[in-house]
Design a binder for this molecule. Structure first.
Ligand SMILES: Nc1ncnc2c1ncn2[C@@H]1O[C@H](COP(=O)(O)OP(=O)(O)OP(=O)(O)O)[C@@H](O)[C@H]1O
Ligand SMILES: [Mg+2]
Length: 241
């Protein structure tokens, strides 16, 4: 395990590049991204469509391979012009919480088991896993749909279930892509409150991609991304309560 130079906690991204494809059709989606997120911090990531936001989250979440650069999570360098982690599945399962744009719930499991599944996969027994899942469903105000199948939920309900599932393992890194897009402002704020609580209580480092005007004022720090390059700026950091 290599040590980064400065405070190694949280997320550190240095000079990250991603090229899709090759030759004439190649797309340089990330051209040298720099980003730091401290444990306990929720940062916003904002930029026009096609600017590389989802690509950045997918690289950090080890869903796709970057082309160059370095990434560090809580002091462990996971990528240095190549993956340094042997088991990328275990990295994704144990250390990254994903909340992606289209809720990718498992159609043949009910809501409760969809949320409990990451804990069960991490080796926890079914009952405590379901109890944890139920707590999060309560916090997100979808507990009444616990026994329903995903296809029976509204878009906003599916999104809240996907958020619960992304958080149930208390991962040190949470990557959320437009988590509040289909939600009304009360529920969008409830989601932000839960993310901030996760950050505080579990020292999670959280990145939220958003266009949502309702939640942008809640961030203390925002990264803007344009044409694959990031620029940091201070946010309003308006308290939620
Ligand atoms: N699998 C792929 N193959 C080739 N090009 C891709 C692929 N995925 C994304 N791209 C391209 O990379 C660029 C960045 O895409 P990305 O999905 O990261 O943008 P985004 O900022 O998330 O946009 P949006 O706000 O619309 O979700 C775009 O030009 C996109 O067309
Ligand atoms: Mg996207």
């Amino acid at each position: 395990m290599q040590k980064p130079d400065q405070d190694p906690q949280g997320i550190i991204i240095e000079g990250l590049k991603k090229r899709y494809g090759q030759g004439d059709t190649a797309v340089d989606a990330l051209k040298g991204v720099h980003m730091r997120v401290a444990p306990g911090e929720v940062v916003g990531l904002i930029g026009p469509s096609g600017s590389g936001k989802s690509t950045l989250l997918k690289c950090l979440g080890a869903v796709i391979d970057p082309s160059a650069g370095r990434m560090t999570i809580n002091g462990e360098r996971i990528y240095d012009y190549g993956w340094l982690v042997d088991d990328l599945r275990a990295l994704r399962r144990d250390r990254i919480g994903f909340v992606f744009q289209a809720p990718y719930l498992i159609p043949f499991l009910n809501v409760l088991d969809n949320v409990a599944l990451p804990r069960m996969l991490a080796g926890e027994r079914n009952e405590p896993a379901r109890e944890q899942a139920m707590n999060l469903l309560h916090a997100l105000d979808v507990q009444h749909r616990a026994q329903a199948m995903p296809s029976q939920l509204s878009g906003g309900e599916q999104q809240r279930v996907a958020i619960a599932r992304g958080l149930v393992n208390r991962p040190p890194v949470v990557l959320a892509d437009e988590p509040t897009a289909p939600l009304d402002s009360v529920r969008a704020m409830a989601v932000m409150r839960i993310l901030q609580q996760m950050a505080r209580e579990y020292h999670a480092a959280i990145i939220v991609v958003t266009h949502d005007e309702k939640i942008i004022p809640t961030f203390r720090r925002i990264y803007h991304i344009r044409d694959g390059i990031t620029v940091e700026e201070a946010g309003e950091g308006r308290p939620l309560d």
